[in-house]
Every structure is written in structure tokens, then in C-alpha cells.
Design a protein around this ligand. Structure first.
Ligand SMILES: [Zn+2]
Length: 149
């Protein structure tokens, strides 16, 4: 809620709410990418998973990578693959398909706009519980896409 009591506008794509007008999913994601690119654990090894979660929740500007992100998030959060090993395998396999990685098709229909967890819920990406939160974030994206709309 804003100080005036009216609900704040959420992110039109993932529904995240921010208390400050200058805050946004894009600015949080830029902060997270800076951590990822430091190549430090826990962020670096989870870069592919974090990128996938973000894209699945903000697919409008990322349609080209959507299927690969679905594959990554599904294989890690549902099938239990190791995220950095999977990212390496995907880098080596230019023509990777969902079938070749044993992932179901990306559900059809309008992208979901409500998620149990968004990038706003990851706070400042603190190292202590980032690995768990990142997986929960990706799982919430998978769950929303699999829910009939
Ligand atoms: Zn958002």
C-alpha cells in the first residue's frame, strides 16, 4: 500500500509490488546479474536458474529464450538436475530440444501474471539463503506456467 492507502501498481508481468517508485523487477535483476557475474557462490553457479526464473516471469521481452528457460527451470526444480552442470550441457548442445533433455512442452496460452514468489521476495539476495530462495523462485515460475489459465 502507498502512504495514501491506495494499492501500488504491481509489475504488469509478474505482479511484484514495490514500496518505492524507483524500485522495479528490472533494477533488482540488474543487481542480481552483477552478483552472478562475480562468479562467486552462491550466485554464479545459479546464474542459469536465476535467469530462467526471471525470463519465465517476464517473458514479453524474452520470447526467444523462453523455451530454454522453461527447460532449465523444469529440469532443476522438478527433475532435480544440478543447475551449473545442466547449464554446461546446454552450452555444449546448440540444438538442444525439450525432448532431448526430457522436459515437457512449454504450456500454451497467455503467460501467467501471478506467482507465489517474485524477484521482489528475494530481498537483497543474501548469500545465506539465496540458493534455496532462487530454487523456490524458479519453482513458482514453473508452477504458474503449469496452472491452467
Ligand atoms: Zn516483475
Amino acid at each position: 500500500m502507498s502512504p495514501g492507502g491506495a494499492p501500488l501498481d504491481g509489475c504488469p508481468q509478474c505482479g511484484a509490488q514495490y514500496a518505492n517508485a524507483g524500485d522495479s523487477c528490472a533494477s533488482r535483476f540488474a543487481q542480481l546479474l552483477a552478483l552472478d557475474h562475480s562468479r562467486q557462490a552462491p550466485w554464479g553457479p545459479l546464474h542459469g536458474l536465476a535467469f530462467s526464473a526471471y525470463v519465465l516471469q517476464h517473458s514479453a521481452e524474452h520470447t526467444a529464450s523462453l523455451e530454454r528457460c522453461w527447460l532449465m527451470a523444469y529440469r532443476v526444480t522438478v527433475a532435480g538436475d544440478d543447475p551449473s552442470r545442466l547449464a554446461n550441457a546446454l552450452r555444449r548442445t546448440r540444438d538442444a530440444t525439450l525432448e532431448s533433455f526430457d522436459a515437457p512442452p512449454l504450456p500454451h496460452g497467455t503467460p501467467p501474471t501471478r506467482f507465489a514468489l517474485t524477484i521482489a521476495d528475494l530481498g537483497d539476495f543474501a548469500a545465506a539463503d539465496y540458493a534455496m530462495r532462487c530454487r523456490m523462485w524458479a519453482r513458482s515460475a514453473i508452477n504458474a506456467w503449469r496452472t491452467p489459465r
